[in-house]
Each structure stands twice: as C-alpha cells, then as structure tokens.
Design a protein around this ligand. Structure first.
Ligand code: G6Q
Length: 556
C-alpha cells in the first residue's frame, strides 16, 4: 500500500500548525517552564535509558505537545507495523526485491526465521562458528603463515560498507586489541593507500582479508590483485599455493572469490539481505573478530541485539531510536536545518562521524518515494563531525555563531579506558559546557555586563558587543554510556541504524538501496578505458575532454 504524500497527512499538517505556534520559544524559555508531572525537571522529562545508553534530549526545541505530534506522525507512517515487517524478513528493500535482516545477524538462534526456504538463523550461526574457529586459530598462533610464522598483521581490503564499519569498530575497541596483532585498512584505489601499508608489513606474517560483498568492486579488486602480486614477489620462496595461508575473503560471491584464487574454504560468506552499510555484523566483521577476539565480537553483537529488542518492543514514546529520528524530522522538515554534526567526546570514536555519514546519507539521501513519486519534503541532512575537543578549536565557531543552525549529537562515555589522571573530567567538562553554551548562548545584556565589570570603555563595549554575543537556542542531544565496551558500541550503532530506518519510513524512501553509489561504480570504468586507449576520445563535454587529454599526456 503506497503511503500518502507526507504533506497531505493529518499529523504532518498538525505539526505545521504547531510549529507556527512554538517556533519562537527559546530553549532558555523551555528550561524555565515547569516540567510536565510526574517529571520533576525538563531533564527527567526528556531523557531515557536503553540497552546501556542514556539519551538526554532536553536541549531540543520541543514541548511535550511537540513530541505527541511527532509520535502521531510516526504512527500515521506505520512505524510500528513496518518495524515488525523488517524484523520478520519482509522484502522492504523493494527496488532490489530484498529483505533487510541485519538484525538477524546479531540475534541469538531464532527458532524459525525462514527466507525463501533458507533457515536464516541457522546459516548465520554456522558462519559465526566458522569465524570463531578461524579467529581462535589465528590469535592462538595455530594458523601460521606459509613458512611457519604466526600472523602479526591483518590488512582488510574493502571500501564503503566493507571498510567503514570494521575500521570504525576496530578503532573504537582499540583497548581490547593485542599489541602483537596489528590491523590495517586499505580502501582507496589511490595506490598510496596500499603502498603505505605494504611498507609497514612483512609478507611472511601478514594476512589479507579481501572484503567485498559483490567481489567486483573495482577499487577493492585492484587493491587485492596488487596485494597478491606484492605477496608473490616479496614472500621469499612462496608459491601460488601459499596464498591460501595469507588471503581470505568475505563475500557473497563464491565464483568471484575462487576465480581470484582464494580457496572457497577460506571464504566467509554472507547474504544479499545484508546491505553493505549494515554489514559489520556479518562476516564483514571478521577483521573486528580477529582484532578483539570472538568473545568480544559476540558482546558487540549482543549489545546491538539489546538495542534491537528495545526498538522492537518499547512504545514509541519511550523508544530511543524513534525519538532520535523524530527530533531529526522536526529540525529537517520544520526548522529547515540542513545538517547535523556528530561530536563524539571519545578519541577512539574518531571514525564514527564518517561511519554515520555513510549510514545516514547513503540510506536516506533519496528524492523519490517507494512508489517513485518525488518526495514532497526535504530528506536526509548532511552529516558531519569530528571528535571533541578538537572540533571546538575549529568549526565550533560556526555552530555557536554561524548563520545556519546545526543540531549536534554529543556522544561521551562516563569513564575512560586509560588511567591518566584528570583527562576524563576535563573531556566531559568540555562536552557538557559546549551543549550548555549552544543552548543558552550569551545574550547582549550578559556580554555587556561582563565587559563593564572588566572596566572597558563604553565605545569599545559598543564596538565589540555584536561580535561577542551568542544567540544560543541551538539544539543538541547528549548520548552517554558508562564505557566504550563492545556491547555499548554495538548498541550505539544499532541506535543510529534504527533512527535511519524510522526516518526513511516517515519520508517514505527506500533506505536500503544506493543507486547513486552504483552509478559511480560504472562511470569511472568508461573513462579508465579512454585514458589509455587510442584514439583521443571526443565524446564528452569540453571540460571532461580537456581533463582526459591532460591525464593521457601525463600517463603516456
Ligand atoms: C553500502 C554501499 C557501498 C558498498 C561498497 C563496497 O551500503 O553499497 O558502500 O559497501 O561499494 O561494495 P562491495 O562490498 O560489494 O565491494
């Protein structure tokens, strides 16, 4: 059943009317207003816990009425039934006619989850068993390189969803890694990426994990072939048959893997119902399991599963992913805020903003509805960010005083994994101070009083006042967890996955295809031929023809 156009729905129209009534209420005013009983504060009213995470959403431009309207919108867009449909394996990725079952990858053995006659859960757990056997063998030193040495370096070659997830998770779980097993990630077709890694590793003690769902992605294939050639040229005395000790594959394409020369026994499969950006829970997570061990990988899956259970069963009003999604809808579709900044106050979450960039923008960067009509409202905002406190010394200027308002998600852990005294308190102080400053701002009368107290002359005060005034009223969420454990990290990622899903339902887009990314995969191959083949191509516009001509000269 196609959804009606978003703008025509009763709840969206009610939200428009409500927006007109509340848009000028500032966050300061909202904090000054009495909370709705039984809550004793705005903080208590607009915060909740789930799966090891705590979300404070009090610093948002919402009243309880706003939230009620947003929950009505979610109900009108059938979030509850669609949520069940996803978990049950309905083919909700309609343009590719596929189920969306990344949740099954992190679920315990389910008695019956069949898809086209396949027992999904049994398949998932059989592959997990193989991952466990392999990671245990490698980490214990039972799996040896071709000349009997244990593996010291693992190079994950993949791109997009076959890179961003494992890379982000390995970095986030850095304290769980062993000092004698080094992880490297190569994604870019730019040879500098692979070259930099090959210069650091020894072919006798290196394992390459070729991670590609399709096993046809040009960048990954080129890097994989170059790594293979490098191994055969540099591993003293190694034969082709020794490749099996140093190359394993993660893929859905057994023919492609074997054609490359990797033994099917060294291939860890997954399935077409796992989208690339949702695949870190599948055997694409092999590098994670190798880095932190299978037990911690299982904890990571369990944390995500705990968030799945919360998402699946909590009423919308107490549902963390739903709340996060609806706040995003409120800002994108009513306030017209066009980007969201992600600010993890944790150095090991340094890759989390770029991970979310793919998750959100590849999923919901869409302009047509499921049945092919133009979406009648704005969809995914731009997602960007970096770790705090570094961002504070750079682009936070724009967050505080720029002309655009950018909602921020602050993410922090209460405790640290290091033992350096003072650092964690300083980090958290910065995090909380930033969200407070964005919310409160510093108004002209406050700035003036401050400068007067310092004895500044009136003309200097007048000149500086507009520059030193902060409008405030800039919203943020704060997500806290006790520590960056594998389970909490799993829950955090699943939180955002479900947020993206709910927003996709509201906008009525397919969050699980990526035709724009597919386009990129074919475009370059045409020009690649033209860069080397005679005669000089003339079929493009003059700009593209000119650039190709310059490159042909340089490459010849
Ligand atoms: C993810 C995308 C994309 C994909 C890469 C790699 O959702 O589809 O980022 O993961 O293009 O694809 P392969 O894993 O097939 O190499």
């Amino acid at each position: 059943m196609p959804q009606p156009a978003l703008n025509t729905t009763a709840s969206f129209q009610a939200l428009h009317a409500h927006y007109a009534a509340v848009k000028d209420l500032s966050l300061r005013e909202l904090f000054a207003a009495p909370p709705s009983p039984p809550a004793s504060s705005r903080f208590e009213q607009f915060s909740l816990k789930a799966a090891g995470l705590f979300l404070d959403y009090a610093k948002n431009n919402v009243t309880s009425e706003t939230m009620a309207h947003l929950f009505a919108l979610a109900r009108e867009r059938k979030v509850e039934t669609q949520r069940q449909a996803m978990f049950a394996g309905a083919k909700i990725n309609t343009t590719e006619h596929r189920a969306v079952l990344h949740t099954a990858l992190r679920a315990p053995r389910l008695p019956a989850l069949d898809l086209d006659g396949q027992h999904i859960s049994a398949d998932v757990h059989a592959v997990l068993q193989r991952i466990q056997t392999f990671t245990t063998a490698l980490r214990s030193g039972a799996w040896l390189g071709y000349n009997g040495k244990p593996i010291t370096d693992i190079v994950n070659i993949g791109i997009g969803g076959s890179d961003l997830g494992p890379k982000m998770v390995c970095q986030a779980l850095r304290p769980y890694q062993r000092a004698d097993l080094h992880l490297h990630f190569v994604s870019n077709v730019d040879g500098d990426d692979l070259d930099a890694v090959l210069q650091q590793v020894d072919p006798q003690t290196t394992l390459f994990v070729i991670a590609s769902k399709t096993f046809t992605t040009a960048e990954t294939m080129m890097n994989a072939h170059s790594a293979r050639n490098w191994f055969l040229q540099n591993a003293t005395g190694a034969q082709e048959s020794d490749l099996r000790k140093h190359f394993v594959a993660v893929s859905t394409n057994v023919e492609g893997v074997t054609a490359f020369g990797i033994d099917a026994a060294n291939m860890f499969p997954f399935w077409d119902w796992v989208g690339g950006r949702y695949s870190v829970w599948s055997s694409i997570g092999l590098s994670v399991a190798l880095a932190v061990g299978f037990d911690q990988f299982s904890e990571f899956l369990a944390g995500a599963h705990a968030m799945d259970q919360h998402f699946q069963s909590a009423p919308l009003e107490q549902n963390m992913p739903v709340i996060l999604a609806l706040l995003g809808i409120w800002y994108r579709n009513f306030f017209d805020y066009r980007s969201v900044s992600i600010a993890p106050y944790h150095q090991d979450l340094g890759n989390f903003p770029s991970y979310l960039q793919q998750l959100e923008m590849e999923s919901n960067g869409k302009r047509v509805t499921l049945d092919g009509r133009a979406v009648d409202a704005a969809t995914c905002p731009v997602i960007w960010g970096n770790v705090g406190t570094n961002g504070q010394h750079a682009y936070f200027q724009l967050l505080h005083q720029g002309t655009d308002i950018t909602p921020v998600d602050f993410i922090a852990t209460l405790t640290a994994s290091h033992h350096l005294p003072g650092h964690q308190a300083a980090l958290l102080a910065n995090c909380f101070a930033q969200s407070e400053a964005l919310m409160r701002g510093k108004h002209a009368d406050e700035v003036q009083a401050e400068m007067q107290a310092k004895g500044m002359p009136p003309e200097q005060i007048a000149a500086l006042l507009p520059h030193r005034t902060f409008p405030g009223n800039r919203p943020s969420n704060t997500i806290l967890m006790e520590a960056l454990t594998p389970a909490n990290l799993g829950a955090l990622i699943a939180l955002y996955e479900h947020k993206v899903f709910v927003q996709g339902l509201i906008w009525d887009v397919n969050s699980f295809d990526q035709w724009g990314v597919e386009l990129g995969k074919v475009l370059a191959s045409n020009i690649l031929n033209e860069l080397t083949a005679a005669p000089v191509p003339q079929g493009h516009d003059s700009s593209t023809n000119g650039l190709i001509a310059m490159a042909r000269t340089a490459l010849s």
